[in-house]
Design a binder for this molecule. Sequence first.
Ligand SMILES: [Fe+2]
Length: 225
Amino acid sequence: MLEALEQELTLVAGANDHHRVLVNPARYRATSALDVPVRYSASETPWASLEGEDSEQERTMAQQPVIGRAAALDVDRRLNAAGFLQELLIDLVDLSLQGKQAHWNLRGRMFRDLHLLLDEVVDAARDDADRLAERCLALGVAADGRLATVAAGTHLEAFPEGRVEDHRVVELLVARLQTVSEVGRSRLGRLGELDQVSQDLVNDVLAGIEKYLWMVEAHRSAEQR
Ligand SMILES: [Fe+2]
């Protein structure tokens, strides 16, 4: 499958700067937060390392155009960099949804403080997801923030249903913010090799995530630490 993808890239890359490649981040799924090694060579794409072969129908549905007149990087680098951005985009969309779930169902003495802080986390996650998605497009690669894509690709554990006590909400949010920080940082080095502008954006996004990690974690009592 990788050879086919490379062949297609080679075939169309020189044709009037219009590239047509297979992009299927929806099917790229990690089984745990950090089990996807940073292993992509410049000629590989994350979605090219999927298990099994795509059916013809899946290939058609997954096709997204990569427009040639994009950032001044070769198409391989743009695709790989966008793959990393897409991963983080998915986690941030999930974080924004989980943040709202927590904002609504939180209860306990810390209700008001956490209720307001959670909305800040949600707003930041949504803004950052928007910046990441738009960077994908600046690289000429479609972003995918659809519900099914997020559900299939998120690195975050699911949020529990029902009312949740404030101390538990703090633990849940700390764990999710840590996951975003860990996954994001594990990709930073490779992303920088591919595209420093995208790396700068992810640095900025992670600085915000880690600020909220501190602010949420600070709600833990001494005995919880
Ligand atoms: Fe609200």
